[in-house]
Write a new protein. Structure first.
Lengths: 139, 196
């Protein structure tokens, strides 16, 4: 098996997820008291930077199989958007509002984008142009 | 036993769906129940979804990580492929649903009981459970889930690469093992909360 050199997308993606999780726990652990938002915002910004870096680094990979990447990532994005929406719905039911709601919503957006990138990348890295089209969902 | 010099027959690869459609329908049904339970905000439905989902999540992780994982590692390649094509598509649907049910219902339950408020005496245990779940989420979403999907897509190819399957399965089994061990911490925390 010959593997081309690829950027550390999985490691960066897991780092981004970890930052989101730490931010989420930080906010949740302070309820119902006033939460200083600065640490959560910094964690969120760093997490978003790692996701952006991941996407940027993939655009620098020659002949990266984007069609395979998107074929998988789009379905994952749909699934993780539904999951994120459900978590957000639970927060809204609890009357969360203001800064914490904005930070948690943005964290869920990063989460919903990050996981499909990780799944799409893991599939695409083993793509062989000789492969036939593989349907992700079929009857 | 085959004669020396005769090529082994190609590995039989059963046809399978990467994401079973029936599973998606059941997953949608479970999500509707979750939305209703959160909207109604009564203790029993929330407790039912949290306990049932959490029990399924813990048992699947423990069983897969500590019992099935080592068995899969010792199976012959054809047996492993057949087992994988039957188990993993179900895992693709079951695990995200079970995790979402447990966490969303659990958060709502903690809100209803007040255990997620800083002044509650068990608040520390709730934060501890968030930390354990957070670590498990990073491992599951960063390593296990992508390996699960990738191995199924590799197996769907006309000529699956055994080395790729081996590598991804190893990643899947090791990640499942770590999650299985971490679930013991979840059991300790949840039984502590339950007996408080």
């Amino acid at each position: 098996m010959t593997e081309r050199k690829l950027p550390p997308v999985t490691q960066m993606g897991m780092g981004s997820l970890a930052l989101i999780v730490i931010g989420g726990i930080y906010l949740s652990a302070h309820l119902p008291r006033h939460v200083p938002l600065a640490p959560a915002v910094i964690l969120l910004a760093l997490s978003a930077l790692l996701v952006a870096w991941n996407l940027f680094s993939l655009t620098r990979v020659p002949d990266f199989p984007w069609s395979r990447f998107f074929a998988v990532a789009k379905w994952s994005l749909l699934a993780y958007s539904v999951i994120s929406a459900l978590i957000l719905y639970a927060f809204l039911q609890d009357h969360l509002s203001g800064g914490p709601l904005v930070v948690l919503t943005l964290s869920l957006v990063i989460f919903a984008v990050n996981v499909p990138i990780l799944i799409g990348f893991t599939v695409a890295r083993y793509y062989d142009p000789a492969d036939e089209q593989v349907n992700i969902v079929r009857g | 036993m085959g004669a020396v010099g005769v090529a082994a027959p190609p590995v039989e690869r059963p046809d399978f769906e990467i994401v079973p459609r029936v599973g998606l329908i059941l997953a949608g049904f479970a999500m509707v129940i979750l939305v209703v339970a959160i909207a109604v905000n009564k203790l029993w439905p929330l407790e039912f979804l949290h306990v049932a989902g959490g029990a399924a999540w813990t048992i699947i992780d423990l069983f897969l990580g500590l019992v099935l994982g080592p068995i899969i590692g010792k199976m012959s390649i054809p047996a492993r492929i057949e087992f994988t094509t039957k188990l993993m598509p179900k895992m693709v649907v079951i695990m995200p649903v079970v995790v979402t049910l447990t966490l969303a219902a659990g958060w709502q339950l903690a809100t209803a009981l007040g255990t997620n408020l800083t002044f509650h005496p068990d608040h520390g245990w709730v934060v501890a459970s968030m930390i354990v779940v957070g670590v498990m989420a990073v491992i599951a979403l960063g390593l296990l889930e992508p390996a699960n999907i990738a191995v199924l897509i590799e197996l769907k190819k006309p000529r699956p690469n055994p080395e790729v399957i081996e590598k991804l399965m190893k990643r899947f089994v090791y990640a499942a093992g770590v999650l299985g061990v971490m679930q013991i911490a979840t059991l300790v925390i949840m039984t502590k909360l339950g007996s408080a």
